[in-house]
Design a binder for this molecule. Structure first.
Ligand SMILES: [Zn+2]
Length: 255
């Protein structure tokens, strides 16, 4: 049983003794870092590539998630940089996603194109209840402040949203906006992995608050990145995780 941490914008801090592995998948090759911590293999995957060179709409989500499956991963924590359209969540805050609204347009969205019959995946609980609960508990224990849980809106990018779009997302109940969590969360569920994602707010959405410069965005990410990575590792290492406490396994319905 293996564990993975998917990092978004910004570079995660991995201590020494990391091994690099190239994973071949039907969708392309993926390079990951693997670290053995207290006897458990934890896989680090840079969503945008190690040089942060792949824009959101070009990310090979299917290769990324298939590579994790190939490596035997059952539990995934992901981080994502997001803008806020909820006045309670400010730049620098950490928000746990509890549902999503999908406004992507042209990305591959599924592993099931009909070769195995028609398969529908339950989205009743897109982000694993158990991993969310464990994260919130661990954050409290470690004194990492969580601003709350919120609904993630995924846009196609790479352009930012218009003011009108942001007003629409607010009316629909969206709290934070990003470009990468869909289809990642969906593909994880299709592969019956437990997956939870945590957002680091880097800016106000278009038309709200003042614009921040790039340096401020990166420093907000960096401040939280190490704390989150350490929390994820702690949860993986100290818990005897099982898929019996959630509905992630068995989310597929074959017709
Ligand atoms: Zn689960």
């Amino acid at each position: 049983m293996k564990f993975a941490i998917i990092g978004g914008t910004g570079v995660y801090d991995v201590a020494s003794k990391t091994r690099v592995e190239q994973v071949t998948t039907p969708y392309g090759d993926v390079e990951v870092d693997i670290q053995n911590i207290e006897g458990k293999d934890i896989i680090f995957l840079a969503r945008h590539g190690k040089q942060h060179s792949t824009p959101p709409h070009m990310i090979n989500f299917k290769a990324n998630m298939w590579a994790l499956k190939e490596l035997g991963v059952k539990f995934v924590y992901a981080t994502a940089a997001v803008g806020s359209c909820n006045s309670n969540f400010k730049p620098g805050d950490i928000v746990v996603f509890n549902d999503f609204l999908d406004f992507t347009k042209v990305r591959p969205i599924t592993f099931y194109d009909g070769n195995e019959g028609v398969i529908h995946t339950s989205m009743a609980d897109p982000y694993c209840q158990n991993l969310r609960k464990l994260f919130i508990t661990a954050a409290k224990e470690e004194g990492v402040k969580i601003a709350g849980e919120g609904i993630y809106v995924c846009t196609e990018g790479p352009r930012f949203e218009t003011s009108a779009e942001i007003r629409m997302f607010q009316k629909m109940g969206g709290d934070v906006v990003g470009m990468t969590n869909v289809p990642e969360v969906v593909l994880a569920k299709e592969l019956e992995m437990c997956y939870a994602a945590v957002g680091i707010i880097t800016n106000w959405c278009t038309g709200l608050g003042e614009e921040l410069d790039k340096e401020e965005i990166l420093s907000a990410v960096e401040r939280n990145k190490a704390a989150l990575t350490n929390l994820f590792i702690k949860i993986f290492v100290t818990n005897n995780l099982s898929q019996e406490q959630c509905h992630c396994k068995g989310a597929l319905m074959k017709l």
